[in-house]
Design a protein around this ligand. Sequence first.
Ligand code: C2O
Ligand code: CU
Ligand code: CU
Length: 537
Amino acid sequence: MHTKILLPLLLSFLLLGCTNDTQTRSDFNQTTEPQLSEEEIAELDKEPITSTKLPSLHILPQMSDEDGKSDDATATYTLSANEDVNVTIESPQGSWVTPMWRYNNSPLPLVIRANRGDTMQLVFQNRLHADSTIHSHGFKIPADMDGGPDYPVSADANKTYTFTMNQPAAPLWFHPHPDMQTGKQVYMGLAGVFILEDNITKTLEENKQLPAGEKDTILLVQDRRFGEEKDGVKELLYMNEEDDILGMRGDSILVNGSITPKQEVSNTKHRYRLYNVSNARNYDFALSNESNFTVVGTDGGLLQKPVEVNHILLGAAERVEIIIDFAKYRVGEKLLLLSKPITGEMSTTTGSFNLPIMRFDINKEEQEDIELYAELPDDAEISKRLDPTQANNRGNERDFILSMGMVFTPEGELKNTFSINGKEFKPNRVDEFLGSNVTEIWKIRNDSHMAHPFHAHATQYQVLDRDGTPASGTDLGWKDTFLIQPGETVRIIGKFEDVNKGDYMYHCHILEHEDAGMMGYFRVGSTGHLDDLIFQK
Ligand code: C2O
Ligand code: CU
Ligand code: CU
């Protein structure tokens, strides 16, 4: 058999399960992990700590409200998607140019900051040579404004998305969501940050209970694979390796567009909005000295009580807000943010060693003026826990079973399949029907041998339990994306309100799995009309 077929077959065998799992997995690692000595691995961890050549962290550019008034109740923004924007990539080994796809020709991903309660007018100009959309990830908005694949914007067309942002402050984001092309378009560089603020976050910032301004940094983590340098240019490579059925994982980790950048910080508390906006890669973030940091927020907003951790696992599309306290360091000390090896991950580019992400250089002494909040008010919307005994489908929970498989095509080629509840995505089929104004419990089971980040549109959700163990720690936060481990069952709860109308997506946020069919539609507010009953879109 040809290697082109052999490796996917081997991988699929591993992912689908086999009798002697551990044995095969380690064989697999031996043949495909980079062949590094212990010393070389140790050097990989150390080099970015001492190297003085690290590029400086870019601060992502914030767009401004086009009506010129940031304090009225409307926000107007235009995003124009373009191909062939030359972007300079900086790395410890020097810099080069990479042609990318970007909004508004910006070399860096853009940031929109808006207030709860405001109405957004988001004008999308599609200047790509393909259909695209702008999906507002994590928003509670009507389906026709949600930028799913059922509302494509064709090449050279425009669309204005109008919606009211009525949900707690949160680290949200936006990205294209066209049918079967989401992975490619996001990978080429189309994704941005959407920070929603509200009275709670503003009061905490004013009261010095949360770092703000210069001490509030967005960190967008994305991995990429670059080709050989030719005349100072490196092309982005997409899905050109055998094990890319695991999703597109690059070997270079970019933070705000640079590889292993450094940020100079004072010896005080700093707030980071850590976004895993990678197509497929998971990270287990930790500090190089294994010291604790504090998680204050998840996908959907602040945690009622901050949680101390010494690492945090983030699947693709998950976000956390963390506070790192640099108080115990002296000027001149350096600390690395890294991703620890993740058990059960099987990829040539995941590796069995720490991946350096970025470095913090403590460069000045400063008086601390932040005393972190201990608890949010009980009656705040963000503090509420949804009650499973009040769910409309209690006793009859909705199942979502994530699977991977293999079939022979009619041409006799092996093809991997990615499905939910045994079905691959069909653009004209609605898979799940919910009523209006319902609270539902969803039971998501991962039936494959790799972790999948399950994401659902329409609202923010809460974890009830994982394999029967009640949610704790950061799982108590509101979330829209849930990393589900192999064999694991996670129950989540969501409340769908008046604003939720129409057909929304649920899918694996490994974008290549989504594009390959691990996705479905759920309809909120079925009318009971004939077109609903015949399950047609
Ligand atoms: Cu971030 Cu359906 O997407
Ligand atoms: Cu989404
Ligand atoms: Cu997946």
